[in-house]
Design a protein around this ligand. Structure first.
Ligand code: NCD
Length: 312
């Protein structure tokens, strides 16, 4: 498979799924398949990003996304620079745009950014000549998570056309839910949402999407189910259910998956076991959670390569 011949991707940045075409998405999947088949291990090095510097600007906590972007960039031959707010001049009153200008002056090429404020990554991209990748922004979008979720589902199903995917949990505060909805719908899947009323988006947002109020109905309906954590760090003004109460009403437990042995179980992580999903369920044969993590490296290698080939 010749990598260079696959490139039809047309975007300068990757800020969200909403602006991608179906062709862009399949282009990323095709490239991710190339990296996944070639092996994502360190012994398999590529030089697509040789001579480039990738800044990992993580203004919010992360394990999976940060580590996999770092490994992806390194395995493509790039140099990486980790920027985190703790211990930086942001603590001395420097602004986000000052920080951007300062690091840009050091000669960097690609920014991978996680930030808690919606719109901040677009703002950065409008104030820099470099390429930007959204690595999770507020409750807005988390495009590479949706891409790796779609890619993982396509290892299970030949197509997402007509497949039923239910996203369960704190939809309101979740950027994963939003990017997943856009991506799954673009690829022809039927999407449903489930969760307590306080975690459901306004009825006008996603008005065309089916909503369930019990985990049982969701499991019965779905071919795949994506379980989300309660995003406590983004909840300021609400009383949230106790862990026991939440687990009883919305937690995915063994009895649910035993009633539907074909269901595919996903979770973007980090999981709070015993709340939205039981440990046994997350480690059952129906779960693709570790596969999602593995595919995250290949998908991020694909995104970095496509963007750098196009823009440099
Ligand atoms: C998610 C995130 O940070 O948006 N995690 C991830 O990137 N794998 C989901 C979450 O924090 O619950």
């Amino acid at each position: 498979m010749a990598f260079a011949r696959m490139i039809q991707y047309t975007q300068k940045h990757l800020l969200g799924i909403q602006t991608l075409s179906k062709e862009d998405i399949y282009c990323i999947f095709q490239s991710a398949k190339f990296f996944s088949h070639s092996g994502i291990h360190a012994s398999q090095r590529f030089s697509y990003l040789q001579g480039k510097t990738v800044v990992l600007g993580f203004f919010e906590s992360s394990t999976r996304t940060r580590c996999s972007f770092e490994l992806a960039a390194k395995r493509l031959g790039a140099e990486t620079l980790l920027f985190q707010p703790q211990g930086s001049s942001l603590e001395k009153g420097e602004t986000l745009l000052d920080t951007l200008e300062t690091i840009d002056a050091m000669g960097v090429d690609i920014w991978v950014v996680r930030h808690s404020i919606n719109g901040s990554i677009e703002l950065m991209s409008n104030n820099s000549p470099n390429v930007f990748i959204n690595a999770g922004e507020g409750n807005n979008e988390h495009p590479t998570q949706a891409l790796l979720d779609g890619f993982t589902l396509l290892e299970k199903f030949d197509t997402l056309e007509g497949k039923r995917i239910c996203i369960v949990g704190d939809i309101l505060h979740s950027r994963v839910a939003r990017s997943d909805i856009y991506l799954f719908q673009k690829l022809g899947a039927e999407v449903a949402l489930c969760g307590p009323d306080i975690f459901m988006p306004d009825i006008h947002e996603f008005a065309d999407i089916r909503r369930f109020s019990t985990i049982e109905e969701s499991v019965e309906w779905a071919d795949a189910i994506n379980m989300l954590r309660i995003q406590k760090e983004r909840i300021v003004d609400k009383t949230i259910p106790t862990a026991e109460e939440y687990n009883r009403l919305f937690g995915l437990r063994m009895k649910h998956i035993q009633s539907k042995p074909t269901i595919v179980i996903m979770h973007p992580g980090p999981a709070n076991y015993g709340i939205e999903i039981d440990h046994e369920v997350a480690h059952s044969p129906q779960s693709v959670i570790q596969r999602q993590v593995r595919n995250g490296v290949a998908v991020r290698m694909a995104v970095l390569t496509l963007l750098s080939n196009l823009n440099m």
